[in-house]
Design a protein. Structure first.
Length: 390
């Protein structure tokens, strides 16, 4: 590990590896720091990503894909099932252990130096500019100077706050997530199976995302408003007990999901926040892989042109890129999430009953969400805009 680089990227998730890849491609001296011992080993994710979202970056590689998914089932509290086919854009369940690792290899192949089991503890700040990080390396402090620090340190990000960026998330907008991996189970293995309602996942949803014909990531996220009363784990255990009582849980993971508005200004002189660290997550679905990759990619792309003076003002192309690409859309999706989270179980059932009358081949997610915001008709137009990719 050297004492100085052009760019230090903190965090080896999709956001960090994309940032490291792009700034390395631009010829900068880059290092990526990851606190776990192997990139991809501690991923917390349902692993769902759309094919088109992945193709935006790379050709899909078979080793990244656990399962291709053709349709989506949304199950209402009383058990009405709405099925929509993914027509133009299919969905994949990734193997993020391999995917995240391969992304970091791509960055390494372009010259990025990667260090694992290294924790970034503090920022070095001089004359109102972030000038590097202090890391814990085998119990010792080590100072790494850099012109630019890209913080891709995920949901638990400390670096943004240390630089004075407001990173707090309201309790109601911090979903509490839990997921088990189960195998040898009977599932609709071509479907994203989702369940809504106060009994199953208040203020959120439960998912069964198939990893193979008989195994799945089964998880749920509930709004932080409800988790103090009954934990996400309890909700999930109850569902598992009812549906898969004879099956042993193979793997368990927990994690927060910031289903909030993105941070308004995720930059400081010498510092750019990307991915979950900047709350770049789709607040309606909780999906964040694609936007984390986009933010990382854009931050990496602008790095070479600002490296001699990485002031906030010169970072405006990064802000413009993410705003045009997904931030505006996420703000609209946040409003839709707010409307959906106010629906009662009987609202969900009424909507499901009315939507279920639409012929199967005409039913789309846009139609379902248009019905779901019926209490706030002004949002119907927004639903159409975001779900048809305005
Ligand atoms: P991360 O992937 O979290 O990477 C951050 C990295 O930084 C980690 O490797 C961490 O170890 C490292 N790090 C943190 N602090 C430090 C430090 N101080 N020093 C060094 N390294 C550090 N999204 C989807 O698109 N589809 C899904 O199906 C989906 N399901 C989810 C299910 C659950 C239960 C949860 C919790 C999230 C889910 N998400 C899903 C969200 C998705 O996982 C994240 O949005 C995505 O991983 C964000 O990528 P990132 O690179 O910003 O952060």
């Amino acid at each position: 590990m050297k004492e100085s680089y052009d760019v230090v990227v903190v965090g080896g998730g999709p956001a960090g590896s994309m940032a490291a890849l792009e700034s390395s491609k631009a010829g900068l001296k880059v290092c990526l720091l990851e606190k776990t011992s192997k990139i991809g080993s501690k991923v917390r994710c349902g692993e769902a990503m759309s094919v088109n979202a992945l193709k935006y970056f790379f050709e899909v590689q078979n080793r990244w894909v656990s399962k291709e998914i053709s349709h989506c089932n949304i199950n209402s509290p009383s058990g009405v099932k709405l099925t929509t086919e993914f027509k133009d854009d299919k969905c994949l369940i990734l193997d993020r252990r391999k995917f995240d690792y391969d992304l970091s290899l791509m960055a390494e192949n372009k010259g990025c130096e990667i260090f694992t089991s290294v924790i970034a503890k503090k920022l070095i700040i001089e004359n109102n500019y972030v000038k590097g990080v202090v890391v814990d390396k085998n119990g010792e402090d080590f100072h790494i100077k850099a012109n630019l620090v890209i913080a891709a340190d995920g949901i638990e990000s400390r670096l943004g706050r240390k630089a004075g960026i407001k990173t707090q998330v309201k309790m109601k907008d911090m979903a509490s997530g839990i997921e088990y991996f189960l195998d040898d189970i009977d599932i609709d293995s071509d479907a994203l199976d989702m369940y809504v309602g106060s009994e199953v996942a208040p203020g959120g949803y439960l998912w069964i995302f198939p990893k193979s014909n008989n195994s799945a990531n089964i998880g749920l996220a509930i709004s932080g408003k409800y988790s103090p009363h009954k934990s996400a784990e309890k909700y999930l255990n109850e569902f598992i007990e009812k549906r898969f009582s004879k099956t042993k849980i193979k793997k368990k993971l927990t994690g927060g999901i910031p289903v909030t508005r993105p941070i308004e200004k995720p930059i400081k002189n010498g510092l750019i926040l990307v991915g979950d660290a900047a709350r770049h997550i789709n607040p309606l679905t909780g999906g964040g892989i694609a936007s984390a990759m986009k933010a990382g990619m854009y931050a990496g792309k602008v790095s070479s042109s600002i490296i001699d003076d990485p002031s906030e003002v010169r970072m405006s192309p990064y802000i413009k890129f993410i705003n045009d690409d997904f931030i505006k859309r996420h703000k609209i999706l946040y409003n839709i999430k707010e409307a959906v989270s106010k629906l009662s179980d009987s609202d969900f059932d009424r909507i499901a009953m009315s939507v279920s009358k639409i012929p199967k081949d005409k039913l789309t997610l846009a139609k379902i969400f248009k019905s779901a915001v019926y209490k706030k008709p002004s949002l119907v137009f927004d639903v159409v805009r975001v779900l048809t990719g305005y």
